[in-house]
Design a binder for this molecule. Structure first.
Ligand code: MD3
Ligand code: FE
Length: 206
């Protein structure tokens, strides 16, 4: 267990290099047909309709979506194809059982794709009803500069480089901390065809 400075004992658990290169390749190969069935879409912000720079899709019985009209929410179907999301593969559920330390399996796995220039501003994940359930994040491909703050916007933050194969468990208080992706280091990994970074976050929606 590795802790970060002021986030000591916050429930933030960082597992650098949890998946080796062969496991990363196997996970990506497993994801490929699922992403084919549920292609990446670009969510839009509630009210303004501004598009995210990150592309998204989901796996599981529920997926996170956002658009101008409906706002942030979980729903059972892909917003473009109208089809149910593909199931979360066993490989990911096994990883959840290994690291989450939580008795309920995730209903949702949000898949974020960062191509050149994509980033994610500081935010709190607040659309899940179970406040005790952790989020488990898996990074694949290019390295990213992850920023973790505290429970309030404007408080101190620390940054951490996330590399392909790294797993982060956001449990306890850290589950409700501000966080974001400042930038992706383009060309830092050869894993993803066409370059970029994929982040998977498994969530109990509740
Ligand atoms: C800290 N994703 O999808 S993953 C997100 O790399 C999201 O794509 C980032 O933030 C990414 O909402 C960060 C690590 C992560 C995920 C969820 C968290 C950190 C978190 C929830 C609470 C606190
Ligand atoms: Fe988040």
């Amino acid at each position: 267990m590795k802790c970060l400075g002021s986030q000591l004992h916050s429930g933030f658990d960082f597992h650098p290099g949890y998946l080796d290169r062969a496991e990363q390749e196997a996970l990506l190969a497993t994801l490929q047909p699922l992403i084919q069935a549920a292609p990446f879409f670009r969510p839009t912000m509630p009210k303004t309709g501004k598009t995210f720079s990150v592309e998204m899709t989901n796996l599981g019985s529920l997926g996170w979506v956002s658009d101008r009209e409906g706002g942030y929410r979980y729903q059972a179907t892909h917003p473009v194809t109208g089809l149910p999301w593909p199931q979360i593969p066993d490989m990911l559920l096994t990883l959840w059982r290994q690291v989450a330390n939580y008795p309920i399996l995730p209903e949702a796995c949000l898949v974020n794709l960062y191509r050149v220039g994509a980033k994610m501003g500081l935010h709190v994940d607040g659309d899940e009803r179970d406040p005790k359930a952790p989020v488990v994040s898996v990074s694949l491909g290019d390295q990213a500069i992850f920023r973790l703050g505290g429970p309030q916007r404007g408080g101190p933050t620390t940054s951490l480089k996330l590399s392909s194969g790294d797993v982060v468990v956001l449990g306890g208080a850290s589950r409700h901390f501000y966080h974001g992706i400042d930038r992706v280091l383009s060309g830092s990994s050869s894993l993803i065809p066409g370059g970029g970074r994929i982040n998977l976050t498994m969530r109990v929606v509740g």
